[in-house]
Design a protein around this ligand. Structure first.
Ligand code: ATP
Ligand code: MG
Length: 234
């Protein structure tokens, strides 16, 4: 579905992603793991069209999407739940969700998407009028995920959804990822919570200082010495 080929991305004077190639097949959950500054967010932003690659190509269903602006990429049914949630704190939960649906023209489809995200997070319905800024960190993350689903993506990219979420809710966030995947949405998951990320995914890639250094199934990487030492503290 998504294929990234020899991608390099830089900021002024710094190469953050170097010759990265990987793929995500339809209906897969693929995790991308790596420590702080490895280039994970840069990679997701580039796929989303928020950053321009210096080199390489990104294809979605064999169509080149690299170089397209983000508002076009959203129309190709890719959605990004950004690091740090980025909700509009003064707007209500409902309005934050509706903003996620700005590419959807049909009122029926928007209503249907609202139903879907309310099934995923039932509390959202009762708290629809609450300002997003007054929600707890975990609740905000759930609204951010729900907003990401409102554009009805085929591919949902999540940038560290468990970051700053209390431990009890972290399990819930990963369970949500499983639910979303079960509904047929393909997921690209960036996480520093490596243990959970490897358990929930079909396949994973390890990103180190801008390069992919390893790939395998979740269970292969969970057993790999390098991953256990560097990312699981074992
Ligand atoms: N706007 C920017 N300008 C200059 N350098 C940047 C910018 N954004 C990121 N970088 C640098 O690019 C590299 C990769 O950053 P990136 O945010 O992609 O890492 P990350 O893997 O998402 O890290 P984290 O786990 O901390 O979120 C880092 O060295 C970072 O300092
Ligand atoms: Mg990041």
């Amino acid at each position: 579905m998504l294929s990234v080929h020899n991608l390099s991305v830089g900021y002024k004077g710094l190469l953050a992603i170097q010759d990265v190639s990987f793929e995500v097949k339809r209906s897969e959950v693929v995790s991308l793991i790596g420590s702080n500054g490895a280039g994970k967010t840069t990679l997701l932003k580039t796929i989303m069209g928020l950053l321009k690659p210096m080199k390489g190509e990104i294809r979605l269903n064999d169509q080149v999407i690299s170089g397209l602006p983000a508002y076009e990429v959203v129309r190709k049914k890719i959605s990004l739940v950004p690091e740090g949630r980025r909700l509009f704190p003064r707007l209500s939960v409902r309005d934050n969700l509706l903003l996620g649906a700005y590419t959807v023209n049909s009122k029926e489809q928007i209503a249907e998407s609202l139903e879907t995200v309310q099934r995923l997070f039932p509390w959202v319905k009762e708290r629809a009028d609450q300002r997003a800024g007054t929600l707890s960190g975990g609740e905000q993350q759930q609204v951010a995920i729900a907003r990401g689903l409102m554009s009805r993506p085929d591919l949902l990219m999540l940038d560290e959804p468990s970051l700053g979420v209390m431990p009890k809710l972290v399990t819930e966030i990963f369970r949500t990822v499983e639910h979303i995947a079960a509904e047929g949405v393909t997921v690209l998951l960036v996480e520093q919570n490596v243990f959970e990320a490897l358990q929930v995914c079909h396949r994973a890639y390890v990103l180190q200082t801008g390069r992919i250094v390893m790939e395998g199934s979740g269970s292969e990487l969970l057993q790999c010495d390098m991953v256990r030492k560097a990312y699981l503290g074992m």
